[in-house]
Design a binder for this molecule. Sequence first.
Ligand code: FAD
Length: 284
Amino acid sequence: MPVPKVKVAVIGGGLVGLSTALCITECLPQCSVTVISEKFSPNTTGDVAAGCLIPHTCPDTPLHQQKAWFKETFDYLFKIANSPDAGDSGIHLISGFKNNGGYLESRKVSNVWDLHGTYDVVVNCSGLGSRDLFGDHSIYPVKGQVLEVKAPWIKHLIRDGDGNTYIYPGISGVTLGGTRQTGDWNCFPNTQASKGILDRCCHLEPSLHGVSVIQEKAGLRPTRSALRIEKDVLIKNGQQLPVIHNYGHGGGGFSIHWGTAKTATKLLQELITSMPNVYAKSKL
Ligand SMILES: Cc1cc2nc3c(=O)[nH]c(=O)nc-3n(C[C@H](O)[C@H](O)[C@H](O)COP(=O)(O)OP(=O)(O)OC[C@H]3O[C@@H](n4cnc5c(N)ncnc54)[C@H](O)[C@@H]3O)c2cc1C
């Protein structure tokens, strides 16, 4: 008789949720994975980011661990960039996940216990949503704003010393940034901030004077003094709900997402191995 699959719900369809879901489907074929999210691309934090691979340090997470996550992510993306799939890599996460048999559900989870019974394990990649969903008051937003402008003559990345002002050429436009407003929950762009970004970028690169702005974008970096990547078991009325947390990537989600996805997948594998009647066959 076939062994029933381990039903996994990943909460959060941002960069972290999707990369974790993809990693699970690639490494743990005994799992059936559903990503449940209030928002998907193009409405996630990663859609605002320019997505540069730059090491950001998280003060209370061991540095050697952050370096390892960065290296794993760099190696993974470098391989994609040098493969024939490079042009499609922007859609790689969702299509890769679906091709591996994963499911997507667009809705808000109001209470994590609503998933009990339907799913065996919850993987929490809800970023700032962890505040309400798991009562974690140590996660907070750092608002960031950028402008996308039409400036095809800009071919090189320009960044000032403290990283507050930057000019990143991309495929569809050039991203000008940025801002860092700690504790600001307003996710809409602000005219005054846009003016400040444009002024600072024109100072760095005078050819940008009079440039046409395609879009103003703002997002909330899900920030914590330490990333939370760990196993947890919720208990209510004698019932248990195993959870793997993977959130708190702040301003560095792009830079470490694949490394943290692999760590979360490893924790899930350990959890499954310890679950009765489940044969864990992994490709990790
Ligand atoms: C302006 C800006 C520039 C940046 N630049 C860079 C950069 O150059 N390099 C870099 O490495 N990083 C950068 N970042 C950071 C990076 O974008 C983030 O670290 C990353 O996108 C966070 O991803 P996430 O999946 O954790 O969060 P999110 O994208 O916020 O995803 C969380 C998901 O959870 C869902 N969710 C939450 N609660 C619930 C619930 N109760 N029920 C269902 N779904 C729920 C949300 O709908 C959302 O889809 C930047 C960020 C900003 C804002």
